[in-house]
Design a protein around this ligand. Structure first.
Ligand code: CMP
Length: 138
């Protein structure tokens, strides 16, 4: 069924000038853009967005990284969007990411890994609502 996922082009990939190349890969892979913006998370935003990871040893580093500069937030629509987008981005660790995946192409490390993709339909809806007002989603 057609459904939606939420993505962020992370600060590392924005800093490195990869916004256009990543959006090109996303749309040429069959995802339709339903919402899109350049934005920046405050430290408090990043703490809340990643609250599920608050007990992990990398939480502080993750919050600092995700709030250090602008990101591109987007909602993407496609048949089987959540699973297919996770396939397109590849493994969390770029050293383990398959050829042709966004993380293989653009990620630097397990922390600075270029792209976020929601892990479930439920989280996609929560994450989209975190970043977008209803009138910004089409
Ligand atoms: P993502 O899977 O999008 O969301 C959780 C993020 O935590 C992950 O991307 C990485 O950016 C980060 N992360 C996961 N594991 C580690 C790790 N071992 N060290 C640092 N950051 C990590």
């Amino acid at each position: 069924a057609t459904n939606r996922t939420f993505t962020m082009i992370k600060p590392d990939a924005v800093e490195d000038g990869h916004i256009g190349a990543i959006l090109e890969k996303i749309t040429s892979s069959g995802f339709k853009i339903a919402a899109l913006k350049l934005t920046q998370m405050t430290v408090a935003d990043a703490q809340e967005f990643y609250a599920v990871h608050s007990e992990r040893p990398f939480y502080g580093e993750l919050v600092e990284f995700m709030s250090r500069g602008p990101i591109v937030a987007a909602v993407l629509e496609k048949d089987n969007a959540v699973a297919d987008f996770r396939t397109l981005i590849g493994a969390t660790n770029p050293a383990e990411a398959a050829d042709g995946t966004l993380r293989k192409l653009f990620a630097k490390s397990v922390g600075e890994n270029a792209v976020h993709g929601s892990d479930s339909d439920e989280n996609a809806a929560v994450e989209a609502a975190f970043h977008f007002a209803g009138r910004e989603m089409f």
